[in-house]
Design a protein around this ligand. Structure first.
Ligand code: 13P
Ligand code: SF4
Length: 335
């Protein structure tokens, strides 16, 4: 299996010194007025800066954002997420204008496989079913049989006839997690997200020693997934209550759980929302350096410019979109 060289450049985090409450209130007001004038809807991923989530009509995970994009009646979607997410919205809503406020909003995981690499891989495993995580380019989705997100990946894998071999891409940690959960015959691409890969078992041990009664919430892209799953399956006394969840699954869990403390292993942007929605509960980031520089390129300023200048439209060539839509629709039909 190939080892991946670094294929992406990390954007610099924005200067937030000017984000005073007065400044943010004023820019948010202008964004809301312009949004109405443009008949636009703002969709935001859970990892966005808090002031971005504040002006959004809907905040959620990759699956929730795709579903909202397909349901909205608005003519324009301002997509506050990363490029592959806006591309997914453009594929499922070809009649709408999808704007990505900042073109630097890429994704290290999505960069870890190209369509040429996927074609070569498929050629080595004729007859296998290709399942692509949503963090992939439109071209890669177009070469796939199914798409999936972190909230439905297991369901998608289980829907495939048991005798079929599966090629899963691009995230190795999610892939190993799924192979362990389902016992399926899977080839796994060796891609990773630079943010989640660094959340490791040492971080978990350090946090759980300080907070032994906290529920432990782990995004399946994390570097610690296999070891945490192994420990959770052993069921040894004293192990934390461990849950492997998508970002939206995490927010749902903390609302419903009786626990009052939660150790959260994912990008730290999600903690703002958790704290706001659950003021009586306590949230601890497992790794406080888990910041996605790509997601963080989207700012109130870039949203304002996006609405003023109607930039940056995301389009997918119709031949690619048609094939990619089949993989996405197979996923949406299962959820
Ligand atoms: P979710 O689908 O869980 O929101 O994850 C998307 C993502 O990019 C995680 O890094
Ligand atoms: Fe991509 Fe990782 Fe950022 Fe998610 S956190 S968008 S997988 S780089």
């Amino acid at each position: 299996m190939q080892l991946l060289e670094k294929r992406f450049e990390l954007p610099v985090l924005p200067d937030r010194r000017y984000w005073t409450p007065e400044y943010l209130a004023s820019i948010s007001k202008t964004i809301r007025e312009l949004k109405l004038a443009r008949q636009a809807v703002i969709l935001a991923h859970n990892y966005m800066w808090d002031p971005v989530k504040e002006v959004a009509d809907f905040v959620g995970d990759s699956l929730g954002l795709s579903q909202q994009a397909s349901r909205t009646e608005a003519k324009t979607i301002v997509f506050c997420g990363v490029h592959f997410m806006a591309e997914t919205a453009a594929i499922i809503c070809p009649e709408k204008l999808v704007l990505l406020p900042e073109l630097k909003a890429g994704c290290s995981l999505s960069s870890s496989i190209t369509v040429e690499e996927l074609r070569d891989w498929k050629a080595l495993h004729a007859g296998a079913i290709v399942v692509s995580y949503v963090n992939t380019s439109a071209e890669v989705k177009a070469e796939s049989d199914y798409c999936c997100t972190s909230s439905n990946a297991e369901k998608v894998i289980r829907s495939i006839p048991p005798h079929k071999k599966i090629l899963f891409l691009p995230d190795k940690f999610l892939g190993y997690y799924l192979a362990q959960r389902t016992g399926r015959d899977m080839e796994i691409w060796q891609g990773q997200c630079h943010v989640h890969a660094k959340i490791n078992a040492r971080d978990i041990d350090r946090i759980m020693e300080a907070h032994p009664y906290a529920d432990l919430l782990i995004h399946p892209e994390c570097g610690c997934v296999s070891s945490c799953m192994y420990r959770a399956l052993q069921g040894l006394p004293g192990q934390p209550k461990t849950y492997f969840l998508s970002t939206e699954g995490m927010t749902r869990h903390v609302r419903q759980s009786k626990a009052t403390e939660f150790a959260v292993a994912t990008e730290i942007g999600i903690l703002d929302r958790m704290r706001k929605e659950n003021p009586d509960k306590h949230f601890i980031p497992v790794n406080e350096n888990a910041v996605c520089e790509f997601m963080k390129t989207i700012t109130p300023e870039s949203i304002l410019r996006s609405l003023e200048e109607m930039v940056h439209p995301i389009t997918v060539p119709s031949r690619v979109a048609h094939k990619a839509r089949l993989a996405i629709e197979r996923m949406l039909a299962l959820t």
